[in-house]
Design a protein around this ligand. Structure first.
Ligand SMILES: [Ca+2]
Ligand SMILES: [Ca+2]
Ligand SMILES: [Zn+2]
Length: 290
C-alpha cells in the first residue's frame, strides 16, 4: 500500500491548505473488525528547533488524548521506532512550504504493521500551537488530531466542524472533535472505558476523620495557595485547643466544633475546585473560539 499511496501523492498536485492528498481507503481500525479496543505505542522523532521537543511532545500527547477520551484506545510512549501497532510520529521535509502539511498511514489492515499508524509532519511548514501567529503558521494540534484520526483508520469527512475535513486554514486552532468525528471513531472502536475528567463530588465524608491527618480523597499535594488543613492552624483554633481551663463540655465548644467543621468543609471544597481547574488546564482546554 505504501507505494501506491506514494504514487498517488506524486501524481496529485495538491492545492495549498490541503492537509494531504489521500487515496480513499477503508480501514476497520487496529482492533480488527467490530468495535474493540486497541493498545498502541507511539514513538516521537526529533522536532525542528522552531517547534521544540517539549512542545512537540505535549502537543502529541494532547492530540492522542483527544481520541482516547472518546474511544477505547490506550497510547503508551516508546523509545523505539518501527514497532508493530506503534505510531512513529516525526518531522521531515515533505515538499517544502505549502502543498502537503502532513500525512499518516492507515492501520495494519491496510498497511504493513511496521508503518501502520505512522505520522509525518512537514518540517518545512511554519508550525504553532493555537493561533497566535494567525495565517503565518498552522496549528500543530489541529493537524496532529487530524493525522492521528487517519492513523486510527478514519478517512476524510466533509461534515462542517469535522477535524477530518480535507483542508485546514492557518487561522484555525483545534477546539474539539466534531460530533461526526466522534460517531466515526465509535464505528471502529468501542467507547472509552475511562470516564472523562470529572471532579470528585465536593461532599466531605459524614464522619470527620482524624483531625491530625484529614482524609484527602485525591492523594495529591495541593500546589495552590489554599491553606492545607493538615499544616495550617487557625490561631483561634490553636488557642482553643491549648486552653488549659477549658473543661470541654459547654455549648460554646459545640458551636466552635461546628465552625471548625464548616471551615474544614470549605477548605476541602476549595481544594477540590483548585484540583479540578488544574486538571482542566493540564488536559489542554486552552483553545477558545474567537
Ligand atoms: Ca509542505
Ligand atoms: Ca495559525
Ligand atoms: Zn487528511
Amino acid at each position: 500500500m505504501k507505494n501506491s499511496i506514494r504514487k498517488q501523492r506524486q501524481k496529485n498536485s495538491p492545492t495549498y491548505q490541503n492537509l494531504e492528498p489521500r487515496k480513499m481507503l477503508a480501514s476497520v481500525g487496529f482492533d480488527g473488525a467490530g468495535q474493540g479496543s486497541a493498545e498502541l505505542t507511539y514513538f516521537l522523532g526529533d522536532a525542528p528547533a522552531s517547534v521544540g521537543q517539549d512542545l512537540f511532545e505535549s502537543t502529541i500527547e494532547d492530540a492522542l488524548k483527544v481520541w482516547s477520551d472518546v474511544a477505547d484506545i490506550t497510547f503508551t510512549q516508546t523509545g523505539q521506532s518501527g514497532l508493530r501497532d506503534s505510531l512513529d510520529i516525526s518531522f521531515r521535509n515533505i515538499d517544502g512550504s505549502g502543498g502537503t502539511l502532513a500525512y499518516a498511514y492507515f492501520p495494519d489492515d491496510v498497511n504493513p504493521a511496521r508503518i501502520a499508524g505512522d505520522v509525518v509532519f512537514d518540517s518545512s511548514e511554519n508550525w504553532e500551537v493555537g493561533n497566535q501567529q494567525g495565517s503565518r503558521a498552522f496549528d500543530l494540534l489541529h493537524v496532529a488530531v487530524h493525522e492521528i484520526g487517519h492513523s486510527l483508520g478514519l478517512g476524510h469527512d466533509p461534515t462542517a466542524g469535522s477535524v477530518l475535513a480535507e483542508t485546514v486554514s492557518p487561522n484555525e486552532a483545534f477546539d474539539a472533535l466534531g460530533q461526526s468525528d466522534i460517531d466515526a471513531i465509535l464505528e471502529l472502536y468501542a467507547p472509552a472505558v475511562q470516564t472523562q475528567v470529572v471532579p470528585p463530588a465536593p461532599v466531605p465524608p459524614a464522619v470527620d476523620p482524624d483531625p491530625v491527618a484529614p482524609e484527602d480523597p485525591v492523594q495529591e499535594t495541593p500546589e495552590t495557595e489554599t491553606p492545607d488543613p493538615e499544616t495550617s492552624v487557625d490561631p483561634e483554633d490553636e488557642e482553643e485547643e491549648t486552653d488549659p481551663t477549658d473543661n470541654g463540655d459547654d455549648d460554646s465548644e459545640d458551636e466552635n466544633e461546628q465552625d471548625e467543621e464548616d471551615e474544614r468543609r470549605r477548605r476541602r471544597f476549595q481544594h477540590f475546585v483548585n484540583q479540578w481547574l488544574r486538571r482542566l488546564r493540564q488536559y489542554g482546554f486552552r483553545f477558545r473560539f474567537r
